[in-house]
Design a protein around this ligand. Structure first.
Ligand code: NI
Length: 192
């Protein structure tokens, strides 16, 4: 397994539209997925897109940890898995705000509107067709990662630029707010 470095905002690969996986480049993907898993695990994330390790191909990996799942049947826990050539379709107009981080934008969290319910399709790491509904965190992580394949970072999706900050400062502020009986500023999030 090759050690892959996660690239950060400013690297042109993160602004490019990634190429579809086809029979020509499938061999590269077979090697790429374990490398992505290794890089994501090392960084402590819950999702990663191939451009984040410098490969401009339409491949993402993601998981829904039990701590982020909800009782909604389309937002249950999911093991770490790969999705090749993913496509997303929103199931209705409803948007939800939630906090996101990104391994390519370290130390920051921002509040991002995402479609509350989506259907997504693609191929899993063994070439089987995936066709699922997702909501909540599950829908959010998929939308975040697929955006990476289109050269879009979560900052570009934000609608209120006051709702961004450094994780450590926001955590400190949240503790202070809790101590003084005020509402918590930010929920716990992992980077994607
Ligand atoms: Ni990201």
């Amino acid at each position: 397994m090759a050690q892959r470095k996660i690239v950060k905002m400013g690297n042109p690969v993160l602004a490019a539209r990634a190429a579809p996986v086809d029979s020509e480049n499938m061999d590269r993907v077979v090697e790429l997925i374990p490398d992505m898993v290794e890089a994501m695990r090392e960084a402590g994330g819950v999702g990663l897109a191939a451009p984040q390790v410098g490969e401009s191909l339409r491949v993402i990996i993601f998981e829904v940890p039990a701590s982020r799942a909800s009782s909604d049947e389309t937002d249950g826990p999911l093991e770490l898995q790969a999705l090749i050539n993913p496509e997303i379709e929103p199931l209705d107009e409803r948007m939800e705000l939630g906090w996101e981080g990104c391994l390519s934008i370290p130390d920051l969290k921002g509040e991002v509107p995402r479609h509350a319910r989506i259907r997504y399709t693609g191929l899993d790491g063994t070439g089987n067709r995936v066709n699922r509904e997702a909501s909540g965190f599950h829908a959010r992580v998929i939308q975040h990662e697929v955006d990476h394949l289109d050269g879009i970072l979560y900052l570009e999706r934000m609608t209120d630029m006051r709702r961004i900050g450094y994780v450590d400062e926001m955590a400190a502020a949240a503790i202070e707010a809790k101590l003084s009986g005020e509402a918590k500023l930010a929920g716990r999030t992992e980077d994607e």
